[in-house]
Design a binder for this molecule. Structure first.
Ligand SMILES: [Zn+2]
Length: 147
């Protein structure tokens, strides 16, 4: 049985690498940072070592509004890792951010049957966790937008 949060999430948490460090530092500050290209203006997610449009390595970031829409989704009913067994069923969704890029996340705080393509959603941040190398991070998630 797991004894610490680190042991609990090891194998289930993302791993922070140099090229995504700024993204994960943003989540700790409760900011969803979207990567931008200083060369051509491309806005991209997920973060990478270069621009996916022009291959420039001159990259920056902006803080996303946190508003988006469900672009596509699937309902997971069978845990693929023991750490997820208490969470099923849950929704994995591609969220189209107001800024343009599409990112993969979860839709929470509503019955899985209520999730629809095009549904407006709002960002929130899950509790702090650690990756396998003890780097702190928080997972950005989405819930139905109010109003
Ligand atoms: Zn570019």
């Amino acid at each position: 049985m797991p004894h610490t949060l680190t042991e609990l999430v090891a194998g289930a948490a993302p791993i922070v690498v140099e090229e995504t460090r700024g993204y994960w530092e943003g989540t700790l500050a409760e900011e969803l940072r979207v990567q931008t290209c200083n060369e051509c203006g491309n806005v991209q997610m997920p973060w990478g070592p270069c621009c996916t449009r022009c291959l420039s390595q001159d990259l920056g970031s902006i803080v996303a509004s946190g508003r988006g829409r469900v672009f596509s989704f699937t309902v997971v009913r069978q845990a693929i890792h023991p750490n997820f067994s208490a969470q099923v069923p849950y929704v994995i969704a591609d969220i189209e951010l107001e800024e343009g890029p599409i990112m993969t996340s979860n839709v929470t705080d509503c019955p899985v049957e209520d999730v629809r393509i095009g549904m407006p959603v709002q960002l929130w941040f899950d509790n702090e966790m650690e990756d396998a190398f003890h780097t702190k991070l928080r997972l950005p998630k989405f819930r139905p937008a109010k109003g």
